[in-house]
Design a binder for this molecule. Sequence first.
Ligand code: C5P
Length: 234
Amino acid sequence: MSTGVVIVAAGRGERAGSPERGPKQYRLIGGQPVLRRTLEAFLNWPDSGPIVTVIHPDDQAQFSESIRDLPGAERVLSVMGGATRQESVLRGLRALGTAGPHHVMIHDAARPFVDRSLLQAIAVRLHEGHDAVLPAVAIADTLKRSSADGLVEATVSRDRLFAAQTPQSFHYEKILEAHEKAAASGRSDFTDDASIAEWAGMPVLLVPGSAQNVKLTTAQDIAMADAKFTGNSL
Ligand code: C5P
């Protein structure tokens, strides 16, 4: 059974600031672009099939530069993304269709520290017959809801609350159908793929995510990721 991969990298990464330095997925950590490291994680996993990277039309040169001399890059196809993450994923899923995978892992380019043991653990659950598998970590912090004036309105129980990670992984035909249905219904506000699966009535299995598998969102996240390689303190 083949496992295709969709890596979404078409965002502008505005929360990372410094737009003159380009989108976060092309910034360097340990001397390599974030996206290159993310792709390497999947290329080095022996069970990965075809890989579609969804990129922004303005980033074609940066994308080519990121994968230059990357071993296995011939397995990486690129397609143009859309205005929202949801739209970008759908374009990636459609592009994968010609390769006809049985399963698909959908991953954010901004999570370069995904490791082989997490990919393997997810694949095991897919092969057991689960159609939707979501890596997630239990919330460790105490949660507060604020009022409009910035005061604490309530303390929210963290019991059974999880932070969703990627790669969110699915039976390919079923998640493609759910995405197509969501797009046809006019919904464009889904921020992850598990929520589209939930909306379509698919049971979603939670599996333990990894503390390492952080999403790089802010300039500080990128600096911390870089420091892991360089050993520099912040
Ligand atoms: O902005 P955020 O970090 O939530 O984006 C998650 C992922 O979705 C990123 O890897 C980003 O590049 C991607 N994305 C996309 N197309 C968009 C918006 C976001 O591929 N239109």
